[in-house]
Design a protein around this ligand. Structure first.
Ligand code: SF4
Length: 322
């Protein structure tokens, strides 16, 4: 046997750590959108998101103070190339000082675009203040416009509050007002048709998001969840849908023009991205870094993503979309 000297492994000289952006992942994609989860608390209990009794919420002292949060946002905007900030939760309207946080974000230079994803509860009283503070756009989560189904899905009888929040957002001049829907496996196709009618009538933009396997109740089954093809088939039986001419870019939802330009609907696939089906992202999606407000030693709760990791579990409200 001949012995071969393989030498001593060497990593070579270490590259100095970068001190500024842009944020580029290992695929060379540049991240410019930042999601900021302000709280893990929520006033709904959507069945696909959390158990009826709620969660073991993070104690307040484990959350970043507003000044600490703004300091991190300043770094992201001024040094890391972030141009768009989306506030999420849990439910971000539950977070104290939301208007102050939005205002301080709007004062950064260069000013980022500021958006909010909310379940809409309490928005009727705060939409104007948020707009005044600097909020640009809003996404309101709404899975059905049927009051009974809404109460069943969210375990709360609050549909009228969400509808009032949507009206207030429109009246405050937030544009566009988007509605994010995750469809129930049983009633979802009917809900999708009703939701699209409702959104067309009110001038909202509907985004339908395939249910993700978050599995709060350990019940998710791929064969049971509605997929983007089911939704498209159902909508096409009631509306004239044509691919929207705008380039899709990095948008995660496939966009359709409805009834000759009366409105649009986006359909976002959550669990499959393959050439055999419509891809999620047309191969051009960008990474979406997420910042959670908990301090580094805060224990992650439920299925939420640990800070800085990527997974199919959520870090925020399951119904988020751009
Ligand atoms: S999906 Fe969003 S609105 Fe529903 S319980 Fe979860 S955080 Fe709240």
């Amino acid at each position: 046997m001949t012995a071969i000297d393989l030498g001593v492994p060497s990593l070579g000289p270490a590259e100095p750590a970068p001190v500024s952006g842009p944020l580029i992942d290992t695929f060379g994609r540049v991240a410019t959108d930042l999601r900021v989860s302000l709280t893990d608390r929520c006033n709904l209990r959507c069945t696909y998101c959390m158990p009826a009794e709620g969660l073991d919420w993070l104690p307040g002292e484990q959350l970043l103070r507003p000044d600490e949060l703004i300091r991190l946002l300043r770094t992201a905007v001024t040094r890391l190339g972030i141009t768009s900030v989306r506030f999420t939760g849990g439910e971000p309207l539950v977070a104290k000082n939301l208007e102050d946080i939005v205002g301080a974000t709007a004062a950064l230079t260069p000013r980022p675009e500021i958006t909010l994803t909310t379940n809409g509860i309490g928005l009727d009283k705060r939409a104007a203040r948020l707009k005044h503070a600097g909020l640009d756009r809003i996404n309101v989560s709404l899975d059905t416009v049927d009051a009974g189904r809404f109460a069943h899905i969210t375990r709360r009888d609050r549909l009228s509050d969400v509808l009032a929040g949507l009206e207030a957002a429109k009246a405050a001049g937030l544009r566009p007002v988007k509605v994010n829907a995750v469809l129930d496996p049983v009633t979802g196709l009917d809900d999708a048709v009703q939701l699209l009618r409702f959104c067309l009538d009110h001038g909202y933009q509907l985004r339908i998001i395939e249910q993700m396997p978050l599995d709060a109740g350990h019940e998710w089954q791929r064969g049971r969840a509605l997929n983007a093809d089911d939704v498209l088939d159902a909508l096409q039986r009631h509306f004239d849908l044509r691919p929207h001419p705008a380039p899709r870019g990095s948008a995660p939802a496939e966009l359709w023009e409805v009834d000759g330009g009366r409105g649009t609907v986006g359909i976002r696939s959550a669990t499959a991205c393959s050439p055999a089906r419509r891809p999620i992202c047309a191969g051009s999606c960008g990474p979406a870094p997420t910042m959670r407000r908990s301090k580094p030693h805060g224990a992650p709760r439920c299925g939420r993503r640990r800070p800085g990791t990527a997974s199919t579990t959520r870090t925020s409200c399951s119904r988020t979309a751009r």
